[in-house]
Design a protein around this ligand. Structure first.
Ligand SMILES: [Cu+2]
Length: 502
């Protein structure tokens, strides 16, 4: 039991993009079909990834669903043929499949739906990493040692018997010379076999070491807030030696930024910012410190490598008063125009009608489930109402209708969500450059027409502007969820406190 707990802890610590949340949730379109896809990557590579594909309203016209893993560097024809996803009995919209991920690195999972409406493909980026090494159960180890001992002593006994008795003529007795020779042969056999066993032991350890060294370790960074001319500055330095070596490919922008950094006030969850540090040299990123007080902060920086591999770098900051007061306030217009910050108290879902006011007088309403369970797929749904109570018109914020960040209050889980799911848009643009942005899920890169139409829930009792994020909480406990939307050029943030039951 304890062993299992340790193993699980190791897995939570070593998850690539996002922190402590390895499953990939995608909501988008495969040609004419809406699909939502969940990829559960294996902990050990090579390993089997479990994939489930839901095609809502596809009951009558879907003929076939296939999935295929394509490695980031696969040449034309280099990927395996697609595997069929089989319908799940009892749920006519759900298909499931298992795929081998053979190596670590960035993959895209191609999900193809064929049916009477034609055929279409969605690409879901997945980062394949080693999250741990399975330990040998002690009982099995003990059994193998006993069996191995029996085998070796048997081999020694055979060698001895062969030398002692195999060349005796009929009726000839065993003499002392035979016994001496036999003892010598047995000693020789023991030495040889023990040397071979030691060789096996060394080989086993070498393989084990190699496997353990392949366990993913996120890039280590160090954040610091310092006073500077023009205002305090958040500096993020990559301290990982592998950064300057050849282990990582360069970064590519996601939503036009090389790093999306979330700054979360710990442990109170009452301070939050979304900033975009820019590189100032090969290992340092810098952004103006947002309008937040001194205190303890956790920082989470999402980055995407040229290979499509996405990861989140993590550090804890202690911001001192001196760092903030010694400098002048940041001049308006400095830093990235998409930077935003928030202070307040996350609203608990135990409120009868959980909602929170936004800075411009509009309201963010929690529309989805309020009773949340571990590993249960949910759509975190929010409505935005203008000050009068009507559905508010939203503008795209960095290409998406909304961004959400959620964290377990102890910091063991952090996820950056979009209506399209947990996937990194940067990875998607690298791995599937031709893929259409998932319009149904709220990306508005194709112009406001599509996006705003999808926002309205026509004919519903509650025609509020809504945003939805597919997700499943990986651990029980307390979480904070921040939702960001944009109205009339202003980024608005609202927050909820969520309890997830076992
Ligand atoms: Cu974002």
């Amino acid at each position: 039991m304890k062993r299992a707990a340790i193993f699980a802890a190791a897995i939570y610590l070593a998850t690539a993009a996002h922190v402590g949340s390895k499953n990939v949730f995608f909501s988008g379109a495969a040609g004419p079909y809406d699909v939502s896809v969940v990829v559960r990557p294996p902990d050990v590579v090579p390993g089997l990834a479990e994939i489930s594909v839901r095609v809502p309203d596809g009951r009558n016209d879907v003929e076939r669903v296939t999935v295929r893993p394509v490695r980031w560097d696969a040449q034309e024809g280099g990927a395996p043929p697609p595997d069929p996803a089989v319908p799940v009995p009892g749920d006519s919209e759900l298909y499931s499949a298992e795929l081998w991920l053979m190596t670590v690195g960035a993959y895209r999972i191609e999900v193809t739906v064929d049916g009477t409406r034609g055929s279409g493909t969605a690409s879901v980026p997945v980062t394949s990493v080693m999250r741990g090494v399975r330990d040998l159960p002690p009982a099995l180890g003990g059994l193998l040692v006993v069996l191995g001992g029996l085998l070796l002593s048997g081999a020694v006994a055979i060698a001895g018997a062969a030398v002692r008795e195999s060349r005796l003529a009929a009726n000839e007795g065993v003499r002392n010379t035979h016994r001496r020779r036999a003892r010598f042969a047995m000693a020789l056999a023991s030495g040889t076999l023990l040397a071979a066993a030691y060789g096996g032991y060394a080989w086993w350890n070498a393989v084990d070491r190699e496997a353990r060294s392949g366990i993913f370790q996120r890039l280590s960074v160090e954040g610091v807030v310092t006073p500077a001319v023009g205002g305090p500055v958040l500096e993020v330095r990559v301290t990982d030696r592998s950064w300057l070596g050849r282990n990582w490919s360069p970064l590519v922008p996601d939503h036009g930024k090389l790093m999306h950094m979330f700054v979360i006030g710990a442990p109170d969850m009452r301070r939050f910012a979304h900033v975009h540090p820019v590189p100032v040299d090969s290992a340092t990123f810098r952004a103006p410190w947002p309008d937040l007080p001194a205190g303890e902060y956790r920082i989470y920086g999402d980055i995407v490598h040229e290979s499509g591999f996405a990861q989140t770098v993590v550090d804890t900051l202690f911001v001192l008063d001196e760092a903030l007061t010694r400098a002048e306030p940041v001049a308006v217009g400095e830093g990235d125009p998409d930077d935003s910050s928030w202070r307040g108290a996350p609203v608990p879902l135990t409120d009868s009608n959980p909602s929170t006011p936004l800075a411009d007088g509009s309201t963010l309403v929690w529309m989805g489930e309020t009773e949340l369970r571990v590993d249960e797929e949910v759509k975190l749904t929010f409505a935005v109402r203008d000050p009068v109570g009507d559905p508010a018109a939203l503008e795209p914020y960095m290409g998406m209708l909304s961004h959400a960040a959620l964290t377990r209050t102890d910091g063991s889980v952090f996820v950056h969500l979009h209506p399209a799911g947990t996937i990194s848009m940067g990875s998607l643009s690298v791995l599937a450059p031709d893929a259409r942005p998932p319009t149904q899920a709220g990306a508005v890169e194709e112009g406001m027409g599509d996006g705003t139409r999808d926002l309205m829930v026509a004919g519903s009792d509650d025609p509020a502007a809504r945003v939805e994020f597919p997700y499943a909480f990986p651990q029980p406990g307390e979480y904070a969820v921040w939702v960001q939307v944009k109205r009339e050029g202003q980024v608005l943030t609202g927050a909820f406190r969520v309890k997830v039951e076992e």
